[in-house]
Design a protein. Structure first.
Length: 293
């Protein structure tokens, strides 16, 4: 990525032939997705306050908030397309946001496993949750460090290769984590199928459905972002706006919106959880497992 020549951040588009995006960010798309992700953020925040599932709510809300910030940035970039700081901010937030949501999904499945019975899980839920949480922390750290290095290098006119490579490592690690989790769901869902079909477990079935759909959408988006960043900052995918809309924004609206509508915390209200694994992540314990023991 080459540095921009000396041009005003909000100069008219095509004042020079080169922009950080390779196109003029769409104003309608920016407004639409800013509103959608803003509504999802508000819904997640309200659901968290209502249910008091603080950890899960924090990650789901943070993921949607980062998406909102990214799309607000793209909306402003329609008028300030040459603003390098704005460009770096929007790409960083849109890349990191799904990692938070993915962690929220991990917690949601952990809660469901403690309802249906830990025997349906191939590994103890406590171990599974700790491992995937640590992996996601590493992915986020790599993405944040890589984005910071690349952004600083771009503004100074230096090579962005190091920062880009670190970001790519983070996004690919997150993709691998998502694929492994999807395979994990492929083992858990068949084992839980009979119990999920029981009438009293309808809300658990909805929670599992939201978890599976959200994971599939995030894996799809992860494949896109991995290929995009591997192509580089002037690659075909990153310089064509339709891809970020169709393969990032839309899948993440489905993933995050599904979790906001079929919120695991809301659906699990009324159950009481028996803490058999020693992991105390929620003060409000409402999931009962004794009937399955």
């Amino acid at each position: 990525m080459a540095s921009l020549p000396d041009v005003a951040p909000c100069a008219p588009y095509l004042s020079i032939p080169y922009s950080p995006y390779g196109y003029l960010p769409s104003l309608p798309a920016g407004i639409i997705f800013s509103i959608l992700f803003g509504l999802i953020t508000a819904a997640n925040l309200l659901n968290t306050i209502r249910t008091k599932y603080w950890w899960m709510g924090f990650f789901l809300t943070a993921g949607a908030l980062l998406e909102t910030i990214g799309w607000v940035g793209r909306t402003v970039a329609h008028e300030c397309v040459y603003n390098v700081t704005l460009s770096t901010m929007q790409i960083s937030t849109l890349i990191m946001g799904p990692a938070y949501t993915q962690t929220g999904v991990y917690i949601a499945l952990w809660l469901v496993l403690n309802v249906l019975g830990t025997e349906i899980s191939p590994v103890p839920p406590k171990i599974y949750l700790v491992v995937v949480f640590l992996v996601d922390c590493v992915c986020l750290l790599l993405q944040a460090i890589g984005g910071g290095i690349a952004g600083a290098a771009f503004e100074s006119g230096a090579s962005t290769q190091l920062g880009t490579d670190i970001m790519v490592a983070g996004i690919i690690s997150q993709l691998v984590s998502g694929c492994v989790f999807l395979a994990f769901l492929g083992l858990v869902v068949p084992r839980a199928w009979r119990r999920l079909q029981e009438r009293e477990n309808r809300r658990l079935a909805l929670t599992m459905t939201a978890t599976v759909v959200s994971t599939v959408m995030m894996v799809l988006r992860g494949f896109y972002r991995s290929v995009e960043l591997c192509q580089g900052w002037r690659g075909y995918l990153i310089t064509n706006q339709g891809f970020v809309v169709g393969l990032d924004a839309v899948p993440m609206v489905v993933a995050m919106g599904g979790l906001a509508i079929l919120n695991p915390g809301v659906l699990l209200r009324g159950f009481e959880m028996k803490r058999t694994d020693g992991l105390d992540m929620e003060k409000d314990e409402r999931i009962e497992t004794s009937e399955y023991r």
